[in-house]
Design a protein. Sequence first.
Length: 896
Amino acid sequence: MAGRNASPASTSSTASNVTVRTDHHLAARSSISASPPTSTPPTSHGDEASVLSDATKLDTVVELHGDVSTPRAQPEAQTTPGSAAEAAKSEGRRSARSTRAAVSTYNVQILAGTAIHTPTKYLPKHHENVLHGPLPKSAVHSLMATPAGKGIKAEADDSCDPAEEQLATEAAEAAQRRRSSRVTDLRKDAFRNLAAAGDAMAQKGQELLAAGKQKVQHALRNTMSESQSAASQHALTKSSPRKRARASTLPTPEDERSEAEPQKEFLKPKTKQWLTQGLYVGQYREFNPRFKESQNRLRRKSKPIKEKERDEVIPLPMFSGEQLLEADPTAHWRDFKLPFDTYHPLPRKIKVDGWVQLRKNRFIGESSALWKRDKQDSSQCYCSPEDGCGEACHNRIMSYECDSTNCPLTADECTNRPFAQLKKRAKGNRYDYGVEVMETGERGYGVRAMRMFDPHQIIVEYAGEIITQDECERRMKHVYKKDKCYYLMSFDNKMIIDATRGTIARFVNHSCEPNCEMIKWTVGGEPRMALFAGSRGIMTGEELTYDYNFDPFSSKNIQICKCGTESCRGVLGPKPKDWNRPKMTMTSSIVAGAKRKIQEVLGSSRGSSSVQNSPKKRKLSAIASSALTKAKNSITESASSQDKAKQTATELEAQKASRENRALRRSTSMTLTSRRSKVVHKASRRSLPVLKSSRHTTVTIKHKTPRSVPRPGALKPINKSSRLPSILQRNIPVSKARKSSSSLKAPKTPARSARSAKSPSPDSSPNITPASLRSANRPSAKKLKQSKLPFKALNLGSSKSSKSTKSTADSEPMVENTDSEDDDIEEEFNAKPSRTPKRPVTANSMRRATASAKKTFERSVRTSTRAVGVGKAGLRGDLNEGVRGNTIRMLTEDDD
Ligand SMILES: C[S@@+](CC[C@H](N)C(=O)[O-])C[C@H]1O[C@@H](n2cnc3c(N)ncnc32)[C@H](O)[C@@H]1O
């Protein structure tokens, strides 16, 4: 093996090296002309030599050694084994060795012609360069002579050993066989195959070339058309139609350029194609983004997909359900969302501080005892298994849970056992339970669904501590004083569920467009509260809300709603009527509240006695009366303080006026001209103290007092024919009335009492009239002493004539009128002067008149208050509406 693998040059025999060199040409010739070197099957150099030559190695070596210097001198010796044998014989040596060498080894495969994988060194090409030893002449000859066996025979003739002969024959045959059969076939096959492959390759190359050519042409055409169209477009925009036509037909320089550079265009890198619609572009779906999902769904339903469109594309998984459902119009379906465990918007579970979780109601204190007293009613259903306690179930309608005592169905058949269902669900995992606390931002904590809930399905129970109302009040006052959120819910039997310690339902927020409802159910004879899904059902991840129907009771407790829905009322609970109005002041809100209460009370008092007797009404009336009393007290206090202040001011004014009067008296003469007297009167009038308590005077002219029979001390109308009462019946403003009344408050004349005692005459007016003032001009008045009061008998002339009267009237400005109404009155007075004797106005008479007016007023006030029978606030309300009397009106305004 080692010899076979080793290169010929490395063979151990130096002689063989030499022979190689010498017989190179011959061997090459033989290999080319006759047979391939593979036909010689030596496994080693020595073997080959031995097989193909009769010369022994030793001989060869000897010969070689001898022939080193003259290699070509004895070529015969080298090539004719016969001669060698003869030489050996002649030398007297046995040719056993050479015989052995000739027989030596055989490559049986090669001999048999079965050696397919001939080593390269035996291939003809190899033999061209490297020879494995000289081929014996005879062998070469025999091989050259093609008919098999001929050469061999000749060789056999030369040989002396029949075994050798035979072997040589065999070898020649094998060589022949090999040359003629398999190797040649293989080579031919290989050549044939190669040729076929070459042909195929060439054909393919041609095809590719043709395709490439086509592509190039196509691309060229495209680019040309593009450039042409661009050019035509450009031309269209710029040129006239005719020009446009020409532009479209004639090649432009740009076209030419594009034609000239087709390769460049073609080599341009492709631009990326972006999706224009979205992830599922190319997927058929009837969807208009301008509409909502539900609207689109409706449209799709109304317009069924054409068969072709349906079959065009296999729907993506999320649409396949839709298509299937659309194929079946009877199928009811809802929007799809990913399961919560796949889509979980919150990364963590919320922990709420201070929340002690209870799973069911717990009675606190007296509530348990109170509860038992009021047993719940019972209900019974008569459903059949077919009904399954559906919508028509009596218990369901009454919000009673079915159980074995009130329902003939089994638990599996009955569908009206929500709390039992909830209990079962609560035993599962948190996704079965299906709710969790979330953070909402502005509204604090909230609750959201971790699964889908069917319409009207129970979600979670609102449970906590059941407390009495007293306990609730106590907790509100002392325990939850500083809290902002309350978890109290009005329950049954006047009890309250306080879920400060309770179920997760306590975190459910309010919404004006809720998706849930809080409903009371009776379960096993006991009331229980639970949150149920609304008619839409609940989607996974949706926040749960219900309408609190929050009753804030007072405006103080109104909470702003931040639910953010379209129909948000702005507040938790019902929207107040005056929600958008400006805020009331404290006083006005108190008064308005009191007014409302009074109206309620008055309304109830007007109603039937049964209503009045109801505890609620009684309570309300008590509240109203207490509120009224408070309001009354405050108003009275303020009024009295006002009065006091006015009184003080009046006194001061009076003092001032008297001083001025005195000064005036000193400076003016006793007899004044009419003009002068007018001035003086005006001056004196100005200095008169303004009687603030206008109600005194106004009350005196109240029409309740019979005019014909005046009561003692009562003021009476000046004149029947006078327009004064009718005028006064109008709503004279306080200021005006005050001015006009100041004249009425003038002190009585001393003569009045005597005259009235004798014969009460309509003429004898106790009022301060122009006439009475004129009477002050009488000489007797001079006798009167000057009092502290500003009124003093003024000497206005003694003439009693009508002229003088007129002049006096002209000059009589005792009542200084500034407005037209009072002017009217004055005119009337002037036109019809009283015939009563003129009496001087003294301090005493004035005092008396004031006192009597005061008394009358107080009496009338008492009467009117009694008639109404309520406090001032109520009085105001009623009076404003109904009574139009001047008195009351003024009283009211004065109080204000
Ligand atoms: C029963 S608790 C609800 C849970 C509460 N958010 C929390 O954090 O504990 C009721 C309180 O939540 C707040 N709230 C609930 N719904 C609201 C809403 N829509 N807008 C504003 N506040 C709301 C109010 O403060 C209310 O008093």
